[in-house]
Design a binder for this molecule. Sequence first.
Ligand SMILES: [Zn+2]
Length: 360
Amino acid sequence: MSEQAVLKIISGVGAKGPACFLLEAQGKRLMLDLGYGPQPGLWPNVDDVGRVDALLLTHSHKDHIGGLSLMPKIGNPPIFATEITAQKLPGGIDVRPLPMKGRGDVLGIPVDTGRNGHAPGGIWMRFHGGTGLLYTGDYSSESALYAFDPLPKSRTILFDCSYGEDDTPLAERLKILAPHLADDVLLPAPADGRGPDIALHLYRAGKTIRFDDATRAAVRDLIGPARDYLRDGAEADLAKLADAALPPGEPSGATFATPATCSDGSAAKLVAQWENASQPAIVFTGYIPPGTPADALVKKGRGKFLRWSVHPRLSDHITMVRTTGAATVIPAFCDAKLLPALQAALKPATVTMDKVLTLV
Ligand SMILES: [Zn+2]
């Protein structure tokens, strides 16, 4: 059995783009995530990848699972995912289990997992068998809602660098957001991510909360089958919020609607209703893909973008290098021009954006 393994970047390093990586280890070819977007029309190019033995999914966000229609091009391999992520996939797919936290097995290769603090069902994954590779997927250590399990010792880390060298803590962002959330506000936000996180924060501060159907269903899941992904102490308040939340209708309070792009669904409906009025405020809290209705609303001044953190900041990258002992780290989901700054900040680890990396 060869101890040497190779990591190939198909998409997701050097620019914001869909996650798609290939790990060749112990005679197996494992694809890590198969995303789409977040910009409309952005697909990973898997034409030359060939047959893959398994596809492993970190979490159910579109930029990590949205490329499943490309499965025939890689030989329709079995998918490995947590139970909660599997529930969010289209029916009829062969899904095999990965643990939420602990040791899993992918075609004979041991994989350790832990919760990523970013989405229900979301995990990081660390591979054994001489590769020592940790793939964080998206993660956050700052969520008050989603539990995060510390990253394990790893030789090489492919890590979430969505915010690049930004080092603003979530607490600071909350201060910046507060005046914009004080009055009536529409918050188009993902239901299986920061939507419930922001809602819980505002509910704890005494605000009236309104949920569209998707957000309500996601919160019900979080106090039901996905409850193990919650931080200790979050479940009781979230259950109270689920009871108290009103349906959308009047613009009063904080209305949570999906999708965050406002391209369809309840977000599009509510935007059409309120776009030409002065109230409620429309606040976007996450990445806004260019060319979407959300982008247009911000450009014409009707919507505001004020980030709510769901990815790690620079201090987290530095902590990651120190606590894992990683010798080599690969920043994902950020621009290539950040490489020199990251190399300076993350010493003594080697920081690389090479498209092919031999892991020893
Ligand atoms: Zn995500």
